[in-house]
Design a protein around this ligand. Structure first.
Ligand code: SAH
Length: 206
């Protein structure tokens, strides 16, 4: 507790949610509202080998690494890849970097990591990665993609229909905060109307 000019301040160490909304960014980040559900929809666990693309500012990377995964990140922009690495080091420390392998490359050209447990996508045309993901994911493995537009989600679902995938589903997460003060108990007037759609599916054995 500090007192400055008669006002008392209490400082708390930032949580991961605090950090991702305040950290330096190149690309637009995925917000905590969607990061939390993405971890469970993709069933991320310690030791999982996860291909992530694009890496952007590293918000999703941070969540995946925090959950114990080993992350192979494909990002076409070198400046974004460097920013993501710095953000990971700043929040999770150097230990996490040993589980964070970023390559500056185009994910549409293919994936060269074997034995993947999960594929997590946040790029404009995720359906172009679906065939590559099918070739590298272990049977039962999961793919998840974040898409701001529902047209992207439907195109992605069509590509999942064509391949060795099952249990495809798309969800949207709405988060509504409440005003609670004495007798005044009601939803807040404003909420974030839209971020993105989360589409996930499981790799069938062939
Ligand atoms: N999920 C990230 C934000 C990703 S923004 C976060 O939470 O911080 C989308 C990123 O995808 C951008 O950085 C962009 O450079 C990258 N990208 C777009 N197309 C790509 C491709 N074909 N291969 C690899 N990265 C790509």
């Amino acid at each position: 507790m500090r007192s400055v000019g008669g006002t008392r301040f209490q400082a708390f160490r930032p949580t991961l949610s605090d950090f991702v909304v305040k950290m330096k960014r190149g690309a637009q980040v995925i917000y905590p509202k969607d990061l939390g559900p993405m971890l469970l929809l993709a069933d991320i666990a310690p030791g999982h080998r996860v291909l992530e693309s694009g890496v952007g500012s590293g918000a999703l990377s941070l969540a995946l690494l925090r959950a114990g995964a080993e992350v192979f990140g494909y990002e076409i922009r070198g400046d974004f890849a460097r920013r993501a690495r710095k953000n990971v080091q700043e929040f999770l420390g150097p230990e996490a970097l040993s589980r964070y392998h970023i390559s500056e490359r185009d994910c549409y050209d293919g994936i060269d990591v074997d034995g993947l447990d999960r594929v997590a996508l946040d790029l404009p045309e995720p359906w172009r990665v679906v065939p590559h993901a099918a070739g590298r994911l272990r049977p039962g493995g999961l793919i998840i993609a974040y898409t701001p537009s529902v047209l992207q989600a439907t195109q992605l679902r069509e590509s999942l229909e064509r391949g060795p995938w099952a249990l495809a589903a798309t969800v949207e997460v709405l988060q509504r905060s409440w005003h609670i003060a004495g007798e005044a108990v009601r939803p807040d007037h404003r909420m974030i109307a839209h971020t993105g759609f989360l589409t996930h599916a499981r790799r069938l054995p062939t």
